[in-house]
Design a protein around this ligand. Sequence first.
Ligand code: ADP
Ligand code: MG
Length: 665
Amino acid sequence: MSKIRVLPEALANKIAAGEVVERPASVVKELLENSLDAGAVSLEVDVESGGRRFIRIQDDGEGMTPDDALLAFERHATSKLQRADDLMEIATLGFRGEALPSIASVSRLLLETRHESRESGTSVEISGARLAGVKEIARSRGTTLTVRDLFFNVPARKKFLRSDSTELGHIVNFVTQYALAHPEGRFVLRSAGSEVFNLQPVPLQRERVFQVFGGALLKQLVEVQSEVPVFRTGDDGSEESGCSEHIRVHGFVSKPEVHKLNRNSLYFFVNRRMVRDRIILHALNEAYRNILPGGIFPVVLLFVEMPLGEVDVNVHPSKTEVRFRHQALLHDFLRDSVRKALMEARPQSPFPAARHTQSALVENPFDAPPTGELAFPGVVPRSFLGPVVVPVEDRSLTLTPPTPAPSNARLPFQSENALTIAGSPSTGATPSESVSTSSNAVAVPALSTSTVTMPAGAPETGEAGEPVLVAQSQFGIVPLGQIDNSFIVAADGGALLLIDQHVAHERILFEKVLVQRSEGKVESQRLLLPLIIEINPRQQVILENITPELAACGFEVEPFGRKTVAIKAAPAGLATVDVEQLLGELLEGLERETQVISLAKLRERIAASVACHAAIKVNMHLDQAKMVWLIDELQKTQYPMSCPHGRPIVLRYERNEILKAFKRI
Ligand code: ADP
Ligand code: MG
């Protein structure tokens, strides 16, 4: 007997209608859902040309009888709904009975299937909604659907498709999502014959996250697990006591130090269906309030399980929007569960933690050294930790006094032209400078002055006490000092300038990198040890596409294992930590792109990233000579006033503005 029925019109009309086939990824999504609904545990997806030319999904599900194999292509033919009431409690991913006929009407489709109860299978061939052949075939249990030449008969649709790699990116996303929701399944994705991933079944969600994203990310995640009872309210609004069920959530959220620039790493599943939902997003926002800055997103994988009647999935044809029966309850429950998990995983502040480490070690008899001494190699002696706790107020006292030194009494405010300072003496390495260097080390321990990579042409400060004669830039701008070791204060005779040292250097490097790139003369450096970084499958696809351009920009990147790449060389001037961060950010930025970006744009993106990471940082002391060098180089750039990301570099206060502020005019 066939299991598929054509829905009566009245019921069909109750279903959220709409086009399901928008792009190759929507075909993959619908077919994967069908396979999962059929109980498949092995799902293999093959695509070519981003799915435009070829999509094949093979499963080991229950399969279809010959009758069903034909019925499945009727509109509103489904085995998943019988009565209108069923719409209230949908347990399957599909229920609309529209996917197969819709796909068959815009492609050349081949269905091969064998029901578990039958000896032989059936193949059905359809081309643009026309039945082209039905045959009896021999095959294993399960179903294989092959979709060729998508939109061959709808040229308008075809025109709207993006590049192959963008379309493939969407497909990777969908397969990844279903793989995350079904760790018990085997998911293989191949593009043009080469494996994007091959995930074997694993017993734990955690292991699937590891397979997809790698261990580095897993370490940054905190586990969430809780449940809340819901009471079913009867139609009259009264609570049916004793009828308690639960809403459960489990999954992972990232620690506060993980900063994502886009929402791509937010995965929500409701009863194993991937959803995009406002309520859940809001609950998350609330959970991370005051933990993450605005515009920054965490990594979240949340699996919510709830009674079927608690959620209406018949809201939108794509089935990714849902409506919850108890919205407020769910919102607060998720917010509190995530918040609680984050609080429990909260680290102690670094200094008290170090102190606790010592006492904890003594308290634990197994860890106590035989001598009872506290000098473990891993424990930093207190004396070294001292400066780390200098309170912010104290630290500010050790900031560099502006150079030129205030002792130059002739300089300030003698005349209206006081700001026209010609050739102020440099302090060289004064005692105040050495103090500030150490305060610098306290504030940002990772940044020693030696990480500043000024080009060979940049003049160095003279030996202690030796005056450096060049103190004014070629353009008549005199640097006076730094504010907070981050902003250069300078005067150019007619105006006061505040220069953001990091973005200034970024602009200089950005233009330099672009020039070097166009001349094919990028300076590259081999890394001592190849840097191994983990990337997700979507990023893998992106990386493959941009590898030639990366190579031309001085990066040598090679696949290394399934989820990892090895970086063997990088543009000169980048520290190893920066190389890793740079590539991560670059890939994340490209992941966010919904449109194809031109090669020129890509080149600029890479140059901007290299510049940003190689540039001197804020919170870094610069001596007079370096400030002069920076100002000169900035003046020589094409756009000295704004950085590659559009932020201002120089704030300029004209003499008139200053006079006005002093009420002199
Ligand atoms: P829906 O999934 O909404 O029911 P579809 O058009 O996607 O509608 O599929 C129609 C029917 O075809 C399904 O209800 C199911 O019975 C059958 N079917 C589709 N794909 C498979 C598959 N891979 N294995 C077994 N049966 C399938
Ligand atoms: Mg379906």
